[in-house]
Each structure stands twice: as C-alpha cells, then as structure tokens.
Design a protein around this ligand. Sequence first.
Ligand code: CUA
Length: 352
Amino acid sequence: MSFLSRTLPRTLAVASIAMLAALWAGCAGDYPQSTFSPVTELGVRINELFASLFWWTMLVLVIVFVLLVYILIRFRSRPGVEPKKFYGNNLAEIGWTLGPAMIVVILLVPTVRTIFYTYEEPPEDALVVEAVGHQWWWEFRYPQLGIITANEMHLPVGRPVDIRLSSADVIHNWWVPRLGGKRYNYPVAARPQGAPEPKNYERISFTVNEPGQYSGQCAEFCGESHALMRMMVVAESPEEFDAWVQGMKAPANAVPAAGTLEEQGYNAFLRVGCTACHAVAGTPAMGRLGPDLTGIGSRWKIGAGLLPNTAEHLAKWIRNSAEVKPGSKMLAFPNITDEDMTAIIAYLQSLR
Ligand code: CUA
C-alpha cells in the first residue's frame, strides 16, 4: 500500500467531520436577519417557494447521482469486455432535451405565481410609509399621520402596510429579511425607463403578524458606509402604535420647561446649527437634510443602527460622526463646549 492510499481515507474522514461541524455551527445561535423565520405572508410565500424549489432540485440531484453510480458500476471496464459502439440515438436526444425543459417549466409556474403575489397592490386602507434611502440612513414618512422618523420604523401588527420606496441620492435597497423580500429604492431621477408616471416609487406591501423588532439593512452597494446603513422595524400592537404616533405628533418635552438642563440644551441645539439639517416636531427646528430627531430619546441606536443610544455615543457622534461612520455627511462639531454638549445630550435624551 502506498503512503497516499493509507492516509487519504483518514484525511477525507477528518475533512468531512470538520465540514459537518462547520455546517452544524451554522444551525446554532440567534439570527435576527434570517429569511427562514418570516413574520409576514409575503415572507412565508417566498420561503415556501424556496423550500419547494430546493426539494425538487434535491430530487433531481438524487436521481442523477443514483443513475451515475449505477452506470459507473454497470459499465465499468472489465478485462476482455469491449463496449458496444454506436453513434446517435434519437430517443435519448429527445429525452435529454425535453426532460430539462419540462423541469424548467415546472419550476417556472410557482416562481411566476409568487412574483405576481409579491407585486399585488395593497388594500386602500393600508398604512402608507414612505421609506426614503439616504447616504447612509433611512427616512420614514407617514403621510396619513403627518409624522416623520428615521432608522426605526414603527408598524402596527395586523394592519396591511404599503411601503413606498425611493431615494434622495443613489440607489439603495430595502431589506428586512423577516418581513420578506428586498426591493430597490430608486432616486426619482433614475427611474427605470418606461416606469409608470406619476408613481415615482417602488412598493412593497405586507402585514406583520407578530410583534417584535426586526432588523434590516440596505442591500445595494451605495458608497462608503453602505454596510452601516441599517434599520429596525418595531412591530407593536395597534394601541402601542397609536401611543407612539401621539408621542411623535406632540412630543412632550420638545420645548423643555424653563430653568432645566434640557432647556439649556434646547437653546444650545438651536444656537449651534443643528437645525440646519435636523427637525424636531413642535419646535422651530425644521431641517430636512438629516434624520428627523423627534423622539430620538426613545430610539435604541444612533447613526442608522450603528451605536447604542447612550450619552457617550451621542457626544462622540456630534463631535465627529465620520470618525465612527466613514463618509458620514453630518457636519463635525468639535468646538461645542462640554457644558453645551452635556445639555444638548440631556435635551435629545428627553425627546421620547
Ligand atoms: Cu444604501 Cu447600501
């Protein structure tokens, strides 16, 4: 026995065990962005299509391999046996042309059906949310409710929603895996040729069935901080959603009481220039270039899902956001005094 024939089986066995272990490791843990646990009918349909195509292709794979193994054994070379030689076989040729064509047709039917389902128009009374992609954050507008927020979208469970996707700059892509499917955010000027007027948005529609926090992210390369363009969908009961909407419409602490640290922060917020880009409902701050800060105190993260919303991170972000998020378009404010910074952060945290 040669060295190779002695060591090869053992090497193969060890390699297979290592690969199985690696595969297994993929099944453990918590995957907040798994498409395999959808919470919308849209996600369920896409998942079912995937599963059914997967198992049909597995069936094809098994048939091909069984035939292959049979042929390898049945027609192996044997001393003194000459294989029969012939050229051309109409039956075989028709078979291996029609067979795969039939398989393609079989796979096409459920695929096309699902594609049409994903483009079904939402009902008239659906909750409309305009999701506008920006480099590198998400703006969420609720035109029926008159509120605007950023990066964390609240939705009521059980009500159909009509998400209208567009972009303020380059192409982005909406993707919250557990809600099902991705879809492009096109800049209005870069609509695909022949897109129907006056609809200048893409659309994705679904009903969330289960309360929870569903994370997502931009799925189209859109520049330096594309990988840091995250979002969160907060699906809650209709009562909780209504309470959130009320808070967003008339934020309790938008203009803080006189003599408080928050009031000092509010004045500094107006003075240092934040309002050129940011808005807070109920105040003179109406900037639209950056994320709307109404209710910022109740968000989990800042910088589009980048950092936990703490005083320390807020200070870092305001001083120079590009340090933590490459290419960030927010102006740096290295010269705000520590006193003003403490007050501004107290103000921002009180906005909930
Ligand atoms: Cu926006 Cu990638």
